[in-house]
Design a protein around this ligand. Sequence first.
Ligand code: IPE
Ligand code: IPE
Ligand code: MG
Length: 228
Amino acid sequence: MYGSCVHVACIMDGNGRWARQRGLPRTAGHTAGEENLAAVVRAAVRLGVDHLTVFGFSTENWVRPRQEVRHILGLHEKLFGRITELDELNVRVRWIGRPFAERSARTPRYVQRAIAKAIRDTESNTGMTLTVAFDYGSRTEIAHAAETLRRSGRPVTVESIASCLYEPELPAVDVLVRTSGETRVSNFLLWQSQGAPISFAEAAWPDYSSSDLEDAIALARRTSSSPN
Ligand code: IPE
Ligand code: IPE
Ligand code: MG
């Protein structure tokens, strides 16, 4: 954490379990999760977070049932379409994931368009940056950086790899959040979260609250003030 910059990164997990506990289909859990993300964005802005980065859909998640995947895609179109709301909050939207032009990329055209529009329309906002990871995998990102360097013939160093990540300006993560009582890391920002504390929340993502977020920020602050 440099100066007042706070970067919170969330693995938004537990939508399926949230729905199952209520006797609802998994898709209902994802819908509730998307709505809660909008609420968490508002809370993050209020609490002075500078960067909120969220794991929306992983490179591994494509193997889920087709109907569930289609539902999640639609929710991302909705999320990236929340431009008025994001403008009101002065939030700038970014995206990380497999570049659309790459053969391995899986993001369908209509989601690509929603992503491009959200980035363009919110570009001049100067408040919090919301980065959504979609069709994202951290290992794939690091491999992509290594391959970029190999092709350009540049030496492979920590600095050169960092400069070839999907979003090189993304600052180091100050606290990594994982919801739904799942106490393990994911394929998410492995490079960027080196040394970051992990805030494990019992709540499933649709129930993750602003007070949970306050706990995570407090953990980031405590950790940044402790020596190496
Ligand atoms: C996270 O919730 C959302 C995505 C991975 C898209 P899950 O769908 O993983 O929910 P659980 O872990 O099965 O409860
Ligand atoms: C993590 O959830 C991915 C997202 C939140 C999009 P998963 O439920 O897919 O988690 P892993 O892959 O088991 O870590
Ligand atoms: Mg899960």
